[in-house]
Ligand binder design. Structure first.
Ligand code: GRF
Length: 191
């Protein structure tokens, strides 16, 4: 059996972080054991920290505001990640634009709450809800230098109905995220 270590990076509520830990941590898939070896938040006092602690995983907090540039922050992140021999970095609501210092040095995947390439960026849920598109959805993709532009690993859609309000729309998206994100991690680590 091989052991693959992942790091989960987050900035906020951490529901995807919790779902990933519940479904993957110390579980075996196709002779590959996945270990959540590291969790990192770029913000202190966010609820995701408590969620991680509940599973006995003490997050490392690296506040981006303590650094003078994007590159210096990314260098610190990469240093911490490399020290732990991480096989895959998983961005779960990590609200940072990453420089090439990060993207060229670690293998990472990200979850995005739209059917990419539609609605890149930070307002994807509102923009896709307000658009004329008949479907909403979520995408897991590799992280590249282009924001939300890396190769797509899995994406799943649902039909947007006229009676749906934005809260219901958002709930559908999160449900899809909790389904496809762990699957994408397993797919990447066992291929
Ligand atoms: C998710 O909708 C994800 O797609 C986006 O940020 C949100 C994170 O939510 N990138 P949570 O912190 O996992 O609850």
């Amino acid at each position: 059996m091989v052991v693959k270590k992942i790091a989960i990076l987050f900035s906020g509520n951490g529901t995807n972080l919790q779902n990933l830990i519940e479904k993957l941590h110390n579980k075996v898939f196709d002779d590959t054991k996945i270990e959540v070896a590291l969790t990192i938040s770029n913000k202190k006092d966010v609820y995701g920290i408590k969620r991680s602690q509940k599973f006995g995983i003490e997050p490392i907090v690296i506040e981006n505001k303590a650094f003078n540039s994007r590159e210096e922050f990314d260098k610190e992140l990469v240093g911490v990640i490399k020290k732990q021999n991480i096989d895959l970095v998983v961005l779960a609501g990590f609200m940072r634009i990453l420089s090439s210092v990060f993207t060229q040095n670690v293998k990472a995947i990200n979850i995005h709450p739209s059917l990419l390439p539609l609605f890149k960026g930070a307002n994807a849920i509102e923009e896709s809800f307000n658009s004329d598109e008949k479907f909403g959805g979520a995408t897991v993709h590799y992280v590249s230098e282009e924001l939300d532009g890396g190769e797509i690993i899995i994406q799943k859609s649902f039909e947007k109905t006229l009676d749906m309000n934005i809260d219901e729309f958002e709930k559908h998206i999160h449900k899809i995220e909790y389904d496809i994100f762990p699957k994408a991690v397993i797919a990447v680590l066992t291929k």
